[in-house]
Design a binder for this molecule. Structure first.
Ligand SMILES: NC(=O)C1=CN([C@@H]2O[C@H](COP(=O)(O)OP(=O)(O)OC[C@H]3O[C@@H](n4cnc5c(N)ncnc54)[C@H](OP(=O)(O)O)[C@@H]3O)[C@@H](O)[C@H]2O)C=CC1
Ligand SMILES: N[C@@H](CC=O)C(=O)O
Ligand code: NA
Length: 432
């Protein structure tokens, strides 16, 4: 085979890692694919900008069409970010018969199905391993490693920035804003970190994971999302006191033909393997009917970890090129989309309430739960040093989302309730 030429869109955190890995691991790549591979064109915004890697400036261009229309470019690697215009660039690259590798979960969450079908129409590969959980080969794990199994549930820590923040807040009591800035300085956070802390980045990844895990076209808008910006030190401390660890968890659960996908701050029992996934690390805990419980763990962000997944996808494209079998990236969904209703979504719940410290207050509260058949796993009541109030912390057993939302509404209407301070989903005690 002749030398394979790569056009790189972006030379930032991930793009720099891609250049470094292709250069440093050239011998292994040659052994795997039987020919050299070279990055011959690189799109950037600023030609003069200082770079994390040494590149020949003649390879740099500000004109994307010099990359996606170059007849010598065989594979386009997109690590520039963005959604709308980047989608158009990749569509043109595919229509120009260029294979595509991308790390862009924002793009794949919204336009993945369309891009995959255009790739197939043009006999091109479109691989996106790096778009979910950075360097962890979770997409190949689901599609190849667990191909024979029926996935019942996925639970993921798939955003490194928020995991880094919650780890520091839990372990050291670090202030939220200070740790967010640290995560940004370390290159973990998106250009606009709102996508990280409000859960949208994790939701995009859970949509991608659910599509592959459940073989169903789950869309981003099907994922209910709550971020970590409202998580308080009190909630973290109560979680720890009750034997739980607070994490931003993506949950994708299938029962029969119906699925539910959500992202929210979640309490995990300290003994759950996901509870020990800390800092910028990611992990995806997979429940399969045959395999049982497996966990994929590793760095979810960072230059070289993410670039490892990108270059591994490139190897997959090049192997297919050598065998002449490109153009089969898209796997048609086996099931029509079928989402659970609120009354079908069950989980344990944590809630913290401020109530009047008076006779009968507690029984008025517990009756709202018992009337709906919701029982308690743990209860704490402590006096507050103000306004004759007490603080009640409850961990329920399984309750439907519908029942729990009704209870919350009724609690807010109760005279003895001063304020429902916080509520969280609790996972990991059982996977039903
Ligand atoms: N950082 C991480 O850990 C991870 C990132 N990702 C994803 O990888 C992608 C890249 O992320 P990252 O490397 O961190 O981003 P950076 O912001 O570090 O790099 C983006 C690069 O793309 C170039 N670029 C962006 N827009 C344009 C444009 N319109 N025209 C020309 N050049 C452009 C920039 O040029 P210039 O350098 O000149 O400004 C820069 O080189 C994103 O989709 C991100 O979500 C996925 C997993 C992990
Ligand atoms: N901002 C993202 C980067 C990788 O996708 C994260 O924090 O995980
Ligand atoms: Na990955």
């Amino acid at each position: 085979m002749k030398k394979i030429n790569v056009g790189l869109l972006g030379l930032g955190t991930v793009g720099s890692g891609v250049v470094k890995i292709i250069k440093d691991h050239q011998d292994k790549l040659m052994h795997l694919i039987g020919c050299p591979v070279e990055v011959t064109k690189i799109l950037v915004k600023d030609i003069e900008k200082a770079r994390q890697v040494v590149v020949d400036k003649n390879y740099l261009t500000k004109d994307v069409y010099e990359v996606i229309r170059d007849p010598e470019v065989d594979v386009v690697i997109e690590v520039m970010g963005g959604i709308e215009e980047t989608k158009d660039f990749l569509l043109e690259a595919l229509q120009n018969k260029k294979h595509v590798v991308t790390a862009n979960k924002d793009l794949m969450a919204v336009y993945g199905s369309e891009l995959l079908s255009v790739a197939t129409e043009n006999g091109c590969d479109l691989f996106y391993e790096a778009s979910v959980a950075g360097g962890i080969p979770i997409l190949r794990g689901l599609v190849d490693g667990l191909a024979s199994d029926r996935i019942n549930k996925l639970m993921g820590i798939v955003n490194g920035t928020t995991n880094f923040i919650l780890t520091k807040m839990s372990k050291y009591g670090s202030p939220y804003d200070e740790v967010l800035k640290e995560a940004q300085d370390l290159g973990y956070a998106e250009a606009d970190p709102t996508a990280d802390v409000e859960g949208l980045d994790a939701a995009r990844k859970m949509a991608i994971l659910s599509r592959l895990g459940f073989s169903m076209n789950v869309d981003l808008e099907d994922v209910s999302v709550k971020g970590i910006s409202s998580v308080t030190a009190e909630d973290i401390n109560y979680s720890k006191r009750l034997g739980y660890t607070m994490k931003l968890i993506g949950v994708a659960q299938r029962q029969g033909e119906k699925v539910e996908v959500s992202v929210q701050p979640t309490l995990l029992p300290d003994y759950h393997p996901l509870a020990s996934v800390n800092d910028e690390y990611n992990a995806v805990y997979v429940y399969g009917e045959a395999v049982g419980e497996t966990m994929f763990y590793g760095p979810g962000a960072g230059s070289l970890p993410t670039a490892t997944a990108v270059v591994s996808d490139l190897v997959g494209v090049m192997k297919n090129m050598r065998l002449g079998v490109n153009g089969n990236s898209a796997v048609a969904p086996q099931f029509d989309k079928n989402l659970k209703l609120p009354e079908e979504i069950y989980s344990q719940r944590f809630l913290r309430i401020h109530v009047a410290d008076q006779v009968g207050a507690f029984s008025k509260i517990t009756s709202l739960f018992s009337e709906r058949g919701v029982s308690f796993e743990k209860i704490l009541q402590l006096p507050l040093k103000k306004d004759d109030l007490a603080e009640i912390v409850i961990v329920t057993h399984q309750a439907s989302q519908k029942d729990f939302e009704e209870i919350l509404q009724l609690l807010n209407d109760l005279a003895v309730v001063d304020n429902v301070k916080s509520t969280y989903r609790v996972e990991g005690n059982s996977w039903t």
